[in-house]
Design a protein around this ligand. Sequence first.
Ligand SMILES: NC(=O)C1=CN([C@@H]2O[C@H](COP(=O)(O)OP(=O)(O)OC[C@H]3O[C@@H](n4cnc5c(N)ncnc54)[C@H](O)[C@@H]3O)[C@@H](O)[C@H]2O)C=CC1
Ligand SMILES: O=C(O)C(=O)[C@H](O)COP(=O)(O)O
Length: 404
Amino acid sequence: MNIIVDENVPLADELLGELGDLQKRSGRSLSRSDVKKADALIVRSVTPVNESLLDGSSVAFVGTCTIGTDHVDKSYLAAHDIAFHSAPGCNANSVVEYVFCALTALSIPWWQPQAELTFGIIGCGNVGGALYRQLQRLGITVKVYDPFLSMEQCEHLSSFGDVIATDVICVHTPYTTTGPYPTHHLLNHEVLLQLKPGAVLLNAGRGGVIDNAALHRVLAQRSDLKVVLDVWEHEPQIMVELMHQVDIATPHIAGYSVDGKARGTYMIYERLCEHFGLPIRHSLPPLLGQLKEQTPQARNALITPDFSGNSMAEGHLGAVMKCVYDISEDDRRFRQAMTAVAQEGVDQHGNKTLVAAFDRLRKHYPPRFEFSNFSLAELPVCRALFDKGGEQFKTPLLHIGFTP
Ligand SMILES: NC(=O)C1=CN([C@@H]2O[C@H](COP(=O)(O)OP(=O)(O)OC[C@H]3O[C@@H](n4cnc5c(N)ncnc54)[C@H](O)[C@@H]3O)[C@@H](O)[C@H]2O)C=CC1
Ligand SMILES: O=C(O)C(=O)[C@H](O)COP(=O)(O)O
């Protein structure tokens, strides 16, 4: 079997190597000649999979190791009897952790009941649903807009207008341009102007769900808003002026936990084996274990936050979260690279275009493991946190286990 795989698919050798002749290619520039003789094509989100790529090829199976599928022409695949699979939910937990780390970095006091924050979730599937359940466990008021769900599926369904009027709005829809509820520019200029004073807007779905030019105009008038963008309209060709206006800016890495990406590959490996009638010889935990072994931070698994100088629970929580995932580092690297290309025409790695710089940040993304991999060290300090009412550490949000 001939398998073509995006070079950025982790565990490709371990899982796919023994199934046939495995050829790795740049997902961004995959061409018709690359896939002509392939039986299976394994991509991530940067490869448009459509007639122009597949016409005349022998591809019988397409798998994307991602949740999103907007880069795939599913009608074309169905019409040509090409099997298609994605990896639903593979990195949902990673995105939810991104959301909480972003809010903590912005000092949004989501853990304080007295803050009485109301959350709005737009799109309540695997990602939005996981976020919803965490917020419910924390006792936070949540309003959900998802026209494809019923009250039986989510008791806090609300109108779009009610969700837009909440304090923290998290966007987790796919990008769609057709159907009864297309998400293209769902948050347009008019909607953005309606956000309540001081609201937080976070997009970790797809860039085009928010009209980025409109957001740029609105932010020029409204400095009260706080915005977190992981995804960008027209990325990797992002609007650099908008990046300068938002509070946290990252290069589409919310789902980039090692665990989430590995899960994505593994799910497609299973589908591929099923499709071609091959035995599933591997399981994911040992492979993840090997990846952890290669990463000093994850190998130790015990985190020792620096609590010095932080007397408030807020500081403690931030210190713990930073040990696992320091989102401000992602924001810093992104701004540095994009600004250098935009102003000086080149970044510190020699990339001369926004596309190249954006792709480099993602290709060389430092290993980030999910919270469930870590335990808090220095138990006395942690006990003290409990005594101070640090109940947040008991919630499954962080999945932080205490070593007795
Ligand atoms: N930033 C990142 O790294 C990542 C981004 N994503 C993006 O997040 C999206 C959502 O992921 P999942 O929750 O796993 O997908 P999902 O398919 O499980 O859920 C999407 C939800 O959005 C709802 N929806 C569709 N159109 C809507 C509309 N017009 N208004 C409100 N809700 C609408 C659907 O009914 C569904 O419940 C993906 O399609 C992908 O584009 C996913 C993973 C990582
Ligand atoms: O799973 C998704 O959907 C995502 O957005 C991915 O995290 C995107 O990662 P790449 O496929 O662009 O590497």
